[in-house]
Ligand binder design. Structure first.
Ligand code: DAK
Length: 266
């Protein structure tokens, strides 16, 4: 484990990984307000994601919270006084868009409340490892608004129209098991070990060759905004591009020579 810069609203660590590259871990840390995502926290989170994305020591990223809450949503007290025009002019929410530009895989490790923008943040990640205690919800309807950071789009694609409709139109909370069965959650874990399970998954992924990981993530995400035919063409180009990587040559030579590959991540 090694230390990285200190922030006010998040705790940042790099976890050693004997199997491969390190895991960059970000813990949301506003426990008094259940990790409500204010503008300052989002700025710190996104800048750390961007710095992990450029850090050649890091192969995979985890975002987690506290036992009681991954995040109970965007900071309502901060939003309550804003007008539509304020939000348009200040454009403070645009920082959220940068999450989808991160090339390395991101795992959300959740427990407790995962509500509103907190739920949307997990969906902007690539996988969700959820403790049994996790409660997912999009309660914005109860505030007179709707999800604004991708909830209507990503949730619908993840769990289907009928379930997304119920979840968003009622604002109800759902258990981790319900969300696992619905297809939102990658893995369910006991509360005591969910973070370790997420870290083990992150370390396994961080031991894979970076170029292939990033092309795979990019191609999977492409499937959300293209036709099957367009996506297949995109995948084919990414597949061909990997034949320009050192790691493709190393991976195939290692297989033929019956030895473990030594990745250069190039
Ligand atoms: N914002 C601010 N403070 C919050 C908060 C939040 N979302 N959630 C909880 N807190 C604060 C509470 O006010 C309380 O503070 P004090 O009163 O002690 O000062 C403290 O955290 C503990 O909360 P409770 O006392 O309420 O704790 P309980 O266990 O009784 O209840 C709860 C837990 C999670 C059920 C409850 O706190 C709750 O309902 N919270 C609000 C959940 C919610 O409605 N979330 C959705 C917010 S709207 C966008 C990006 C993002 C968004 C929109 C647009 N763009 C990119 C455009 C996102 C919008 C949202 O998330």
């Amino acid at each position: 484990m090694s230390d990285t810069p200190t922030y006010k609203n998040i705790l940042v660590t790099k976890l050693d990984n004997p199997k491969g590259l390190k895991v960059g871990q970000i813990q949301l840390n506003r426990p008094d307000v259940l990790n409500a995502l204010n503008i300052e926290l989002m700025g710190e989170l996104v800048s750390t994601l961007e710095s992990f994305d450029k850090d050649t020591e890091v192969g995979c990223i985890i975002i987690t919270g506290s036992a009681k809450a991954f995040a109970a949503g965007a900071d309502i007290k901060e939003m309550a006084t804003q007008s539509a025009i304020d939000m348009h002019i200040r454009d403070q929410f645009s920082v959220w868009d940068k999450i989808r530009k991160i090339k390395k895989p991101i795992i959300a490790a959740t427990s407790g409340f995962v509500l509103g923008g907190g739920c949307e943040l997990t969906m902007a990640c690539d996988m969700i490892v959820a403790a049994e205690s996790t409660k997912f919800g999009q309660p914005e309807i109860k505030l007179g608004i709707i999800p604004g950071a991708g909830g209507t789009q990503r949730l619908t694609r993840a769990i289907g129209k009928a379930r997304a409709m119920e979840m968003i139109l009622t604002g109800r909370m759902y258990t981790a098991r319900e969300m696992f069965e619905a297809g939102l959650v990658t893995r369910l874990a006991d509360d005591e070990v969910f973070l370790e399970e997420a870290q083990a998954l992150a370390k396994e992924i961080a031991s894979m060759p970076q170029m292939a990981l990033q092309m795979a993530k990019d191609s999977i995400l492409k499937s959300f905004d293209t036709t099957v035919e367009g996506g297949l063409e995109y995948e084919r180009k990414a597949f061909y591009l990997l034949f320009a990587s050192d790691d493709m040559k190393e991976g195939m030579s290692a297989f033929v020579e019956k030895r473990k590959p030594e990745w250069k991540h190039k």
